[in-house]
Design a protein around this ligand. Structure first.
Ligand code: ZN
Ligand code: CU1
Length: 203
């Protein structure tokens, strides 16, 4: 194939893909989109909610992939995903949501090959297992595995439909102490110094 015909083919492909992209924006509700599938968590990826480096932290992680534009939002934890997802402007997005099945992959550093559909997963709240944000919402594909954690470390099993603002509040109040400690740790780590009170310099 000559260079010229290669260029023409290439331009043609480019044109078609631009045209397809433009078209898919117009796809209304009910359009059957192909499944995007989960993507890998890369070192350096920051949580869309709290900004923490995701792969440096233990516990089930989460990601949301928007169907309309394949935008991916990654989260340090299932609860940060939930707190983003439950916001009015997000919760009706057409999107795929993935969480780790921690029955199959180490809690300390879960593997991407064990990401599962968040909507059909089971969750444990109130166990003593802590994750990236402290008290955790632990995700499993099998209800029995979730129940096994409850038997070993307390808490209770929830389905995706059970996850709401009350659950977030429950996690937040359990995590308040942990978050304070974590903030303290970050301040020390990044050398952020509290501004001194300048009103005390006159005697
Ligand atoms: Zn986070
Ligand atoms: Cu975090």
């Amino acid at each position: 194939m000559s260079l010229q015909s290669f260029s023409i083919r290439w331009l043609g492909l480019l044109f078609i893909s631009v045209w397809l992209t433009a078209c898919s924006d117009d796809a209304g509700p009910g359009a059957v989109d192909e499944v995007l599938g989960p993507v890998a968590f890369e070192s350096g990826d920051e949580c869309h909610v709290c900004g923490m480096i995701i792969t440096e932290l233990p516990g089930a992680k989460a990601q949301v992939r928007e169907s309309r534009n394949a935008n991916t939002h990654k989260f340090c934890s299932t609860q940060d995903m939930l707190s983003w997802w439950l916001q009015p402007e997000n919760k009706n997005l057409q999107a795929e949501i993935y969480v780790h099945d921690v029955a199959l992959t180490p809690w300390a550093s879960p593997l991407d090959e064990h990401l599962i559909d968040a909507r059909s997963a089971w969750y444990v709240i109130g166990s003593s297992l802590t994750g990236a944000m402290g008290p955790s919402l632990v995700s499993y594909s099998e209800r029995d595995a979730a129940q096994a954690l409850v038997d070993a470390k307390g808490g209770r099993v929830l389905s995706w439909e059970d996850l709401n603002l009350d659950i977030l509040r429950e996690l937040a109040s359990a995590g308040h102490e942990h978050a304070t400690e974590h903030g303290e740790h970050l301040r020390q780590q990044h050398g952020v110094v509290e501004p001194e009170n300048s009103h005390h310099d006159s005697h």
